[in-house]
Each structure stands twice: as C-alpha cells, then as structure tokens.
Write a new protein. Structure first.
Length: 240
C-alpha cells in the first residue's frame, strides 16, 4: 500500500539571522524515486538533516513514516548517505560494512551475504580487505553508498551519491535505485547531475529555501516549455 515515507509541513529552519528553509512542504510516497535539485546553498542538505532529526526545525514539522525523528525504532528502516563520508579509515571496507550492518540490526547470519551483495553493486568486492585509509575519494563514496544500501531499507536518503563515481558505475547505481523504487521503497536523492534528475519519478526544485516546483520530469518540462530538466532548472533561476 502506498504511504508517505516523508512528510514536510511548513518547515522553517534558521541559522542566526538567515532563514535557510522557508515554509517547505513536501510529501514523498513509497515506491517513488524523488530527486531534490537546486543550487549550492539552496537548502537541500538542511531539508535532509531536518527530516532526520539532525537539525531542529524552527517551525513546522518533518515526519518519516508518520513519526518525528530522531526515532531509534525507525533507524533500521532508513539508509542514509551524507555528502561527507563518515567511515572508519583504520578499518577495512569489509569491517566498516560489518560494523554498520550490526548497527542496523541485521541478523549476523545475513551479514556476509548482505555485504557481498552491496559490494558488488558499488564495484568494491576486490577492495573489501583493504584499509579504507588507502581508498581513493571515489572508493570512499562507493563504500558509503554500500553502507546506506545495507539491509534493504524502506527509505533511502542519498545526498550527492554519485560524486566521484565513473559513468559506467553511476549507471549501475541508478539501475539499482530503479529496482528499489519498484519494490515499494522510497528514495530521496540530491544531485547536481541533471541527467540523473531525468531518471527520477518526481523532481522537487528548491530555490532560495522554497520548493518552487514538484512534479514528474515530463510535466515539469511541459510546464516550463523546455526539453530538459537542466533547462527547467535554469529557467526557474531566471538564467534561460
């Protein structure tokens, strides 16, 4: 049954005198891949941190599966990949995955197969026994993505997941996201790659702390009378 994985109602967030989020309203249903796009500083990461309870909103509310975050019982349902990699560099890739799998409450019997599956998706199988301190930046991003995918979470929140990932692997990652969407799970992904935004079910365009548009890529292109999501983005900014 379709339900709202994320519900944002009149969300306001301030940092000092600056209002970063201005009356943000957004609903993301299960079974959908939603792209959150906007220029740097528009509020994309602040929206994510507010919905996860990492930042306290000044007004309005942010709900995940109808509950306010942080909520320990919901953590096992959420896979989160931040912009900055939060990895234990003195451990191997496999040890990082084992640690986070235990944190997510995955059954010890299922952990080896789960690690094997996610490492294959992000093309890290050959490097699992290598210390993360020896990983390249792109490898660290791939490991962070594998950690987010652990346990087949009902909600996947990815903040710029494909930065530093080569085009072939990026295509493979998006194939996996499409599969997840078909399983009635929800995906929220921020991206600066407009070609990726074309692959989502719905796009939320945030400018100056407000959601300026939220619809399917096809409908947005029709509404703005342009051929690409990149042109939607530029026209909304007044650059086209």
């Amino acid at each position: 049954m379709t339900e709202n994985a994320i519900t944002l109602r009149h969300l306001v967030k301030k940092f000092g005198d600056q209002t970063v989020l201005k009356d943000v309203n957004l609903k993301i249903q299960t079974g959908k891949i939603v792209g959150l796009i906007g220029p740097s500083g528009a509020g994309k990461t602040t929206i994510i941190k507010s919905m996860l309870g990492m930042e306290k909103a000044d007004d309005g509310e942010a709900l995940v599966f109808g509950e306010k975050m942080p909520n320990r019982q919901l953590l096992s349902k959420i896979g989160y990949m931040a912009q900055a990699d939060a990895l234990y560099t003195d451990l191997t890739g496999k040890e990082n995955l084992q640690f986070f799998a235990k944190m997510k409450g995955i059954s010890p019997k299922k952990i080896p197969a789960e690690i094997e599956r996610q490492a294959k998706i992000v093309d890290l199988t050959a490097a699992l026994d290598k210390r993360v301190s020896g990983y390249s930046g792109g490898m660290m991003r791939r490991l962070s993505l594998a950690i987010a995918l652990l346990g087949q979470p009902e909600l996947l929140i990815l903040d710029e997941p494909t930065v530093g990932i080569d085009p072939a692997l990026r295509r493979q990652v998006w194939q996996e996201l499409a599969r997840i969407g078909q399983e009635d799970r929800a995906v929220l992904v921020t991206t600066h790659v407009m070609d990726e935004a074309e692959l989502t079910d719905e796009v939320a365009l945030i400018l100056d702390g407000k959601i300026m548009a939220f619809d399917t890529p096809a409908n947005l292109k029709k509404e703005y009378q342009v051929k690409t999501i990149e042109d939607v983005f530029l026209k909304a900014e007044g650059e086209l």
